[in-house]
Design a protein around this ligand. Structure first.
Ligand code: AMP
Length: 478
């Protein structure tokens, strides 16, 4: 069985009714049970008489009912807004107020809050919105990225063609539903009739349990940010001998370093490591590449983020002398804009083309037909006039076998970079001075960080990307 987004209903495509559709943090549901739960939930939602297009907030974590609620909303034409419990109540309230949602589903307490005064009839869209994901804005105010059915259908075509997703995929989920990385496995299992295995925060924090679940459900497709996998790569249990079904590793959201890719291929020699790139505003991702040993060897300094998907173009704006420009995405996968934010929509989404477009604020360049991520617009580093690629410094650090992870960040006063600080996690005892001396042999003096700080672990934000602001706080407290 699978869910068809054009019909907005389940369709039977095989006789494997006992196959698991969703393994939640609370319970497992076979495809039959899943379908029944969605139907029952639809009946409950219909009681509120919401107008078509009315947004519904889903607040919860990794319960099976989170997915049940989301699919019921999709099926009835209500955009769903996923808010994970890793966010404080205050953020939930802010979002509920911004979208003026009359219905808030709480999948932890298993209840639905309904406020009849908020029901409005102004919502209607020709191309129905499937979800609205709130991302952090640079002003600190969350922005709601609206993704329509046509964008998801376009995304699904790509998943089938270039990722080869089908009913055999058993996805291991890491990201919370409020982070659009999770849309890979959500649409991946739902539209193709596969299986999704959800993991609560507690399980994610205890690696052994995570590995146990990978094994128990014979997961074959890993989806996470690159920084999430690095800690697993040190575990002797995290190998192909122990997890023979695990054959695909799919990444997005952050730079995938050649060191991490190499370590994965070392532990899982015949696996596929897929690097993908894209902002939430263009439906999860826009480029893909299979990181083979040959690619690692050829582009070890900066791995490609890959080939632009069919039906989408990436233009480089204001190209500099090194052929680096700001990436602009044009295609059906681009969002129709932020929820009720006309001013920002004008800046970011105003299109000169027939199709929708989005200015990413990311810099990149093309080489050998592939896109390479250079840096964020707001992270272009110039120190005393020297242009510096921070990733290059980290690469030097991690080429020392004792260094497991390295992240270099600029300390700024206003917009001026004052100095560079490198945070490292090491395996063995290591002398900082010796390390500094070692990297001085390969890096120019202006790329040697002023301070090198050893940590036991890095702080992460809610999307499991390394939290650079928190690193600066740690530094300031030293
Ligand atoms: P989000 O909207 O939270 O998914 O974040 C999107 C941003 O993450 C992009 O605009 C990039 O700055 C960054 N990003 C996403 N994928 C990659 C990648 N493969 N390599 C480097 N940065 C990435």
């Amino acid at each position: 069985m699978r869910f068809d987004l054009e019909l907005l209903d389940f369709v039977e495509c095989d006789k494997e009714f006992n196959k698991i559709a969703v393994s939640g943090s609370d319970k497992d549901l076979t495809w039959n049970e899943f379908k029944n739960e969605v139907e029952n939930f639809k009946t409950k939602l219909l009681e509120f008489n919401l107008p078509k297009g009315h947004p519904v907030v889903i607040y919860g974590h990794k319960e099976a009912s989170f997915i049940v609620s989301a699919v019921a909303c999709m099926s009835l034409g209500f955009p769903y807004i996923p808010v994970d419990t890793i966010y404080p109540q205050e953020r939930l309230n802010k979002i509920v107020n911004v979208v003026n949602s009359a219905v808030v589903i709480n999948t932890i307490e298993d209840k639905i809050d309904f406020n009849i005064e908020k029901v409005s009839t102004e919502y209607f869209y020709e191309d129905p919105i499937i979800y609205i994901i709130f991302t952090s804005g640079s002003t600190g105010e969350p922005k709601g990225v609206q993704i329509t059915r046509d964008s998801i259908l376009d995304f699904a075509k790509w998943l089938e063609k270039d990722f080869n997703f089908n009913s055999n995929n058993i996805f291991m989920n890491q990201a919370p539903f409020s982070f659009d990385l999770s849309v890979y496995e959500l649409m991946g299992f739902l539209l193709f009739g596969g299986t999704i295995v959800l993991n609560s925060r507690e399980i994610i924090e205890t690696h052994l349990e995570y590995i146990e679940r990978l094994k128990k459900y014979s997961c074959n497709t890993w989806v996470s940010t690159p920084s999430f996998i690095t800690r697993f790569l040190l575990s002797s249990e995290f190998t192909t001998q122990n997890l023979e079904n695990l054959t695909t590793f799919l990444f997005c959201g952050e730079v995938l370093t050649s060191m991490t890719a190499k370590r994965i291929l070392n532990n899982f020699p015949n696996s596929k490591v897929l690097n993908t790139y894209g902002p939430t505003e263009a439906t999860v991702a826009t480029t893909i590449v299979d990181i083979t040993p040959e690619i690692i060897e050829k582009y070890s300094k900066n791995l490609p983020v890959g080939f632009v998907k069919e039906n989408t173009t990436i233009n480089l704006l204001d190209i500099d002398s090194e052929n680096i420009g700001e990436m602009e995405i044009v295609g059906d996968n681009v969002s129709i804009g932020y929820f009720k934010n006309e001013e920002l929509n004008k800046q970011k989404f105003e299109s000169k083309y027939e199709k929708r477009s989005f200015r990413t604020g990311d810099f990149g360049y093309f080489e050998d037909g592939m896109l390479f991520f250079a840096n964020r617009k707001d992270e272009l580093i110039k120190l005393h006039g020297f242009r510096i690629e921070l990733g290059e410094i980290d690469k030097e650090f991690t080429s020392n076998k004792a260094v497991i992870e390295s992240i270099t960040i600029p300390l700024k006063r206003g917009s001026e970079v004052m100095k560079l600080i490198t945070f490292i996690i090491t395996k063995d005892e290591i002398e900082i001075n010796e390390l500094k001396e070692e990297i001085s042999k390969t890096l120019p003096y202006y790329m040697i960080p002023s301070d090198i700080i050893k940590l036991d672990k890095f702080p992460y934000n809610n999307n499991h990307k390394i939290d650079k602001n928190e690193l600066i706080n740690i530094y300031k407290k030293l």
